[in-house]
Design a protein around this ligand. Structure first.
Ligand SMILES: Cc1cc2nc3c(=O)[nH]c(=O)nc-3n(C[C@H](O)[C@H](O)[C@H](O)COP(=O)(O)OP(=O)(O)OC[C@H]3O[C@@H](n4cnc5c(N)ncnc54)[C@H](O)[C@@H]3O)c2cc1C
Length: 463
């Protein structure tokens, strides 16, 4: 029998006295999707320290028909960690051990609650690289990155999180610990259940640990920030990098509207007569050993030769300042009006210009200030509508604009999400890009893993 909402915390704490159970605070009911005004409700917060404890909580939920929402760092942009249907928030922050890191074998085994920054630091200290670099790295967790298959600027060369996962330890309904893959680098023995869990947004199981691939860290990385008059010239430059055969590690862009908002803070030393805030920016990087990276830098500068101007720092502190400026875009843009709705649509690379221009037109149609930036090499936009979160009418218009952005992306042969997933805010929209048969399979997979529908209900629904 389902306990009444008030009784859930007491019953759970009574049944599982060894596990830390608390009342959820304001922070545990939200994620980075703040401007939607999304705030969930939950009956209890569970803070397990081991896979066994996670299994015990899920088993209790299955026995009592109580919903469970897994939570990592809460940096998701799709409302996936927001418990909209009550129940228990399962917070993985206490599972933060690096179980092993073998520098000589280029691999690590880490618990789900290890933050992105911690793992990247630990790898770097050992001369290695864990490449996935979503923003908010100090807060986001490996489990959350796996659950969203998070990307980042360097996904262009190195792939999204899933490309680094060789094995998962997960808790599946009705409360069993299952290992899929492991420390081996290849495994094609069964269906690829590991990849099915990657990007499943906490709807199929709870990731408790992962075996990850690492690579030797490139000795040098050289970025170039090039300015163009508009999206046409800027996106042509992006294609030009590929056509020239330059193996860039990252190719990012900031459209004219974004540069107008934040270009003033750009640390690049441009010609004083050039107004960077009136430009379209392409930020690309090459890496490798000293000789390779320097040669590639030359090739990159040549490929970007039509730019108004290009800034190509080589000093580590200047390079660091440039990437910090890039990482600060979401915060700086948000600060302009207090809020923003950002949709991570993705299109084939040859449709990028249409998507960037289209996003601005959608903003105009809905009387909103719009801008976009993102991972140009992957055709991935962060198409953004600026809002005052207190103005619910404006937020409503931005939500309508988001639907138009999804139409735009699918109309251009792309997808409604390149990085953040469907979460709760895009749940039910998959039909815009998938045929019915595929939607049926999506629902069938969910039923197979979670027959009672208790794992993160309302998230990543196909219809
Ligand atoms: C400033 C900023 C910049 C960002 N830049 C990028 C970017 O460049 N690329 C990108 O891809 N994303 C980006 N993001 C989005 C976000 O950081 C990533 O999606 C991140 O991977 C989410 O991790 P998290 O631990 O915060 O997960 P949460 O937000 O806590 O959860 C996200 C989803 O994963 C599920 N989940 C969390 N942990 C687990 C687990 N252990 N097992 C099962 N399910 C789980 C949750 O239920 C939820 O559905 C950015 C966010 C911010 C705030």
């Amino acid at each position: 029998m389902t306990p009444s909402p008030g009784a859930v915390q007491t019953a759970l704490a009574g049944a599982l006295p060894a596990i830390e159970i608390a009342g959820p605070g304001r922070a545990e009911l939200r994620d980075a999707t703040e401007a939607h005004g999304l705030c969930g409700h939950a009956d209890a917060l569970a803070l397990p320290r081991s896979a066994e404890e996670v299994a015990a909580v899920l088993a209790w939920c299955y026995e009592h028909d109580v919903a469970l929402t897994p939570r990592g760092g809460g940096t998701g942009f799709a409302g996936g960690a927001v418990p909209l249907q009550g129940g228990i928030v399962l917070d993985l922050r206490r599972m933060d051990r690096v179980r092993s890191l073998d520098p000589a074998l280029w691999r690590a085994e880490v618990e789900a609650g290890v933050t992105t920054a911690t793992l990247r630091r630990r790898a770097r200290e050992n001369g290695l690289l864990f490449a996935p670099d979503p923003g908010a790295a100090e807060q986001s967790q490996i489990g959350g990155n796996i659950a969203t298959n998070a990307g980042g600027p360097h996904t262009f060369k190195y792939g999204a999180t899933g490309a680094w996962v060789t094995g998962l330890e997960a808790v599946l309904a009705p409360g069993e610990i299952v290992r899929l893959g492991g420390a081996m680098r290849k495994d094609v023995a069964g269906y690829d259940l590991r990849s099915l869990l990657v990007g499943s947004e906490g709807t199929l199981g709870i990731v408790t640990a992962a075996w990850l691939r690492l690579i030797p860290a490139p000795a040098r990385a050289y970025p170039v920030l090039a300015l163009y008059p508009d999206a046409r010239a800027g996106t042509a430059a992006v294609r030009g990098i590929l056509a020239a055969g330059v193996e860039a590690s990252a190719i990012e862009y900031l459209d004219n509207a974004t540069m107008a908002l934040i270009g003033g803070g750009c640390p690049a030393a441009f010609d004083a007569t050039l107004d960077a805030t009136d430009s379209f920016a392409v930020l690309a990087e090459v890496d490798g050993d000293e000789e390779t990276a320097l040669r590639a830098r030359g090739d990159l500068l040549e490929a970007l030769g039509d730019a108004w101007e290009a800034y190509a720092p080589t000093a580590p502190e200047e390079i660091g300042a440039l990437w910090r400026w890039r990482a600060g875009i979401p915060y700086a843009v948000q600060a302009k009006r207090g809020g923003k709705l950002s949709e991570d649509i993705v299109v084939p690379l040859d449709r990028l210009e249409e998507a960037i221009v289209g996003a601005l037109e959608i903003g105009t149609r809905h009387s909103l200030d719009a801008c976009s930036w993102g991972h140009a090499g992957d055709g991935n936009l962060h198409a953004t509508m600026l809002v005052n979160p207190a103005d619910r009418k404006e937020v409503g218009r931005a939500e309508s604009a988001a639907k138009d952005l999804f139409e735009l992306a699918s109309g251009l042969g792309g997808s409604i999400s390149g990085e953040h997933g469907l979460g709760t805010v895009k749940s039910g929209h998959l039909g815009m890009q998938w045929e019915n048969r595929a939607l049926d399979l999506h629902e069938g997979v969910k039923r197979l893993f979670d027959p009672k529908g208790l794992l993160n209900p309302g998230t990543k629904a196909a219809r």
